[in-house]
Design a protein around this ligand. Structure first.
Ligand code: AKG
Length: 204
């Protein structure tokens, strides 16, 4: 597994893309396993956007160690315990990037091209100063857009492939927002896992 890796040369960011992090056959097995609602407790959350409740255009699930409580967009997530499959992926990433350590993972299920993720940075206080976020991609290839927060004309785009890993670290979350746009092209389902480290700061 694991080559080639690609360091993205973007200002104020530290991004590493590993296209073949998980081999294709194993990635397909993982997708089938995680898509199964007996294995992952998928739900469609309601978040608050500009003061209004809105159903997220995707399914999500939050897993982690006890106490890894994560709040974003007015939503407070209490974790399900990490499953053996999630622990195994987490360990593979930690072995590949030995400076990393994760205690939780947000899973997102994009059912088709109409599902999406709006512009945001992963900059909640419980993620710490310079969060390291490891994003694993399974299923359909989707466009991952990046824009600089100080100058929205500085943009970048990555096609996130089946079995790939994107490591976002350093000051990336301070200076860049990211999004998965909707697409009108017929698009199969995609699962994204973002492994995170939640600091045990406040118990909400
Ligand atoms: O689906 C993706 O690749 C992005 C997910 C994401 O932005 C997030 O979980 O914060």
């Amino acid at each position: 597994m694991i080559t080639p890796t690609h360091h993205l040369q973007l200002p104020d960011a530290d991004l590493l893309y590993v296209e073949h992090f998980i081999d294709q056959q194993q990635a397909t097995q993982l997708f089938t396993h995680l898509a199964n609602p007996h294995h992952i407790k998928w739900r469609q959350d309601t978040i608050t956007l500009f003061g209004k409740p809105v159903l997220t255009p995707r399914l999500s699930a939050w897993y982690g160690i006890q106490g890894a409580v994560y709040t974003y967009s007015g939503l407070t997530l209490h974790p399900h315990p990490l499953t053996p499959t999630l622990l195994n992926i987490k360990q593979q990433i930690e072995q590949f990037a030995p400076h990393t350590q994760f205690n939780s993972v947000l899973l997102n299920f994009y059912r088709n091209g109409a599902d999406s993720m709006g512009w945001h940075a992963d900059d909640e206080p419980e993620l710490g100063k310079n969060p390291v976020i490891a994003s694993v991609n399974l299923g359909a290839t989707r466009r991952f857009l990046l824009r600089h927060t100080k100058n929205k004309h500085i943009k970048h785009e990555i096609a996130l492939h089946h079995g790939s890993l994107l490591l976002m670290q350093g000051t990336t979350q301070h200076y860049w927002q990211h999004a998965i746009p909707k697409t009108a092209k017929p698009t199969n389902a995609r699962i994204n896992l973002t492994f995170r480290y939640i600091l045990p700061i406040k118990n909400k």
